[in-house]
Design a protein around this ligand. Sequence first.
Ligand code: FPP
Length: 224
Amino acid sequence: MNPLNHVAIIMDGNGRWGLRNKNSRNAGHRAGLNTVEKIIKETIKSKVKFLTLYAFSTENWKRPKKEIKFLFKLLEDFLKDKVEDLNKQKIKLKIIGKKNFSSKLNNLLKLSEKKTKNNKRLQINLALNYGSKAELIDAFKELKKNNIIINEKNLSKYLQTRNIPDPDLLIRTGNTKRLSNFLLWQLAYSEIFFEKKLWPDFNEKDYNKIIRNYKSIKRNFGKI
Ligand code: FPP
């Protein structure tokens, strides 16, 4: 059976779920947050050590201002309400992506990271204002600036995911089959599962089914 150390998730389908069920995309994001909480609990049960969630991409800034504002308020309230609880559960929170939000949100994000930095049970990497191409370009620029030889090991050290093993498993919900500028380097050898259900409908049973399937796959990493 394959060990499972790191799960990455593209939580797609909130908008469609909201429109279908509540006539509001934002209601879908709120419902999506409930799924986030369920999946965190199940990830701990499965003894997975890293969970990376794609919460907001660099491309998501093209959405209507009202939706962006709602998403960040949801995030802010979530952190204010739950960081203590995450800390008690020994969860470490790490933000990947550029923290160039309002100073209020930046401070809250930094504080949440600082408060949970020594926790070891599960590390949640929240991808916020994250784009893989920008991350790679920044890493190459840093290598060049510091006159460091370009190789896989050195490049990995300059990515925002430094010190995080590559995902073993990527799940994308929402019946869409693309990577959307998410962890393009880090997903080179990950097993990818596309799930038809929209993120707010995704549940523990669906998650465990994917984990079971993943565990039964023969991973060759280029060998035979
Ligand atoms: C993609 O669905 C989802 C997002 C861009 C936001 C993800 C946010 C959450 C799950 C809730 C907030 C999370 C935290 C951790 C506070 P979409 O809106 O692109 O869906 P669509 O494809 O149906 O339009």
